[in-house]
Design a protein around this ligand. Structure first.
Ligand code: SOE
Length: 402
């Protein structure tokens, strides 16, 4: 079976997904082959260059035409969140399989509408999936297997953080990820969504309640070069109006929250773009009644496992090097010890999506799984805005009279 892919978007995620489409059928023997048919972007010269650089046969600037073409079977959405719903709904209505980047949407309402449309299309054999790629790091898949096999017993704690520092400089411009109307939220939806999905996936538990704080440390930033400068005549009298040179950051720079999950676990989550020194630091530790597991994206070929059932003199976290052919996804890559990287998780994602389409299986995470992340994101923002569970700490000492 050949599946002709049309991808919308060609920035970071477009490049990562292109790498996956280029490699997936070269490393895995699958019942379906991906054909990199068309890439879509708003700027015709840039998308033509992207097609050449990333290996797409054709290019277009019209996503509406793309999703309706008879020679396209799969639509891969790699755009900012404000267009996910519109493109996915049109693609599903046109009978296309849909892979949509995370978070699924910018609002719960949009995510619900997408989930309903995906469920309806499923009846016609159409498959849809959301791009929470870290599930497909072999060490994370192994983490889930150990937890599912009861190797750490009953989960008591989940501790997750995803830390970056790319906007610590106040002069970093007001890019789309810093504008709520485009991105939906800031660090929370961009990187917090990953640890919400990953921990729900590994624990097979759902977050049922949160208490959150968010912060925007830098509230005004320079406008990106393409959007500043003199405007057209604004007052109608020939005097060109000065465009503002800065704009307001309308999303969180950091989100921190505690959570309860439906299996009884107590959890803490931290997502920040101001964690100076941390470039893409995703860490998860899960403590159970019989042991613990811990994962660090900066050492993504390793999983730490603590088995509390071992004789106490022998207990300790041991490092599992997740490169054996029997480990998830590894059979297609290199001999043991020859480690893989970040981009392989996207190839694994493409493998699972192609296989699900060809075999009629339901890919995960489904839009419904991604909706479960979206309602958590929404709860975190509502909790932070309401501040209801926040108890002020009274001053330790009475103020000293001046
Ligand atoms: C930027 O924070 C980003 O590219 C995220 O959007 C991705 O989802 C994450 O995997 C890497 O960082």
């Amino acid at each position: 079976m050949q599946l002709r892919v049309g991808m919308v978007g060609y920035a970071f995620m477009g490049a990562a997904h292109s790498q996956a489409w280029r490699t997936v059928n070269r490393v895995y023997d699958l019942p379906a082959r991906a054909r990199m048919a068309v890439i879509c972007g708003r700027d015709s010269s840039r998308v033509a260059a992207a097609a050449d650089r990333l290996g797409w046969e054709g290019h277009t600037t019209d996503w509406r035409d793309l999703v309706n073409r008879d020679d396209i079977d799969v639509v891969d959405i790699c755009t900012p969140g404000d267009s996910h719903a519109e493109i996915a709904l049109a693609a599903l209505a046109a009978g296309k399989h849909v892979l949509c980047e995370k978070p699924l949407a910018n609002t719960v309402d949009e995510a619900r509408e997408m989930t309903t449309a995906a469920a309806r299309a499923r009846g016609d054999g159409i498959r849809s999936m959301c791009g929470y790629n870290y599930r497909r790091v072999p060490a994370v898949a192994l983490m889930r297997q150990l937890v599912a096999d009861g190797r750490i017993g009953t989960i008591r704690h989940i501790r997750a953080s995803y830390l970056q520092d790319w906007i610590v400089d106040p002069q970093f411009p007001l890019v789309w990820r810093l504008r709520r109307e485009v991105a939906g939220s800031g660090a929370l939806g961009d990187i917090g969504a990953h640890i919400i999905d990953l921990t729900q996936y590994v624990s097979d538990q759902r977050i049922t309640g949160v208490s959150a704080v968010t912060e925007t440390f830098v509230r005004q930033r320079p406008l990106p070069a393409e959007s500043s400068g003199l405007s057209a005549t604004a007052d109608g009298h020939g005097a060109p109006a000065e465009m503002p040179t800065t704009g307001e950051v309308t999303v969180d720079d950091a989100a921190v929250f505690v959570a309860r999950l439906d299996g009884g676990a107590l959890a803490t989550y931290e997502a920040s773009r101001f964690a100076t020194g941390r470039k893409n630091a995703l860490r998860v530790e899960i403590n159970g009644s019989l042991g613990a597991v811990a994962f660090d994206l900066e050492r993504l070929n390793e999983l730490e496992f603590y088995d509390a059932t071992q004789p106490s003199p022998e207990q300790g976290f041991r490092r599992i090097l997740v490169t054996e052919p029997e480990h998830p996804y590894l059979s297609a890559w290199w001999p043991p010890g020859h480690i893989i990287g970040y981009e392989h998780s996207f190839t694994h994602q493409a493998r699972d999506f192609l296989t699900a389409i060809a075999t009629g299986a339901d890919p995960a995470p489904s839009f419904a799984d991604a909706l479960q992340v979206q309602v958590v994101l929404d709860a975190v923002l509502r909790s932070a805005e309401r501040g209801s569970s926040w108890t002020e700490v009274e001053p330790a000492l009475a103020p000293v009279a001046a």
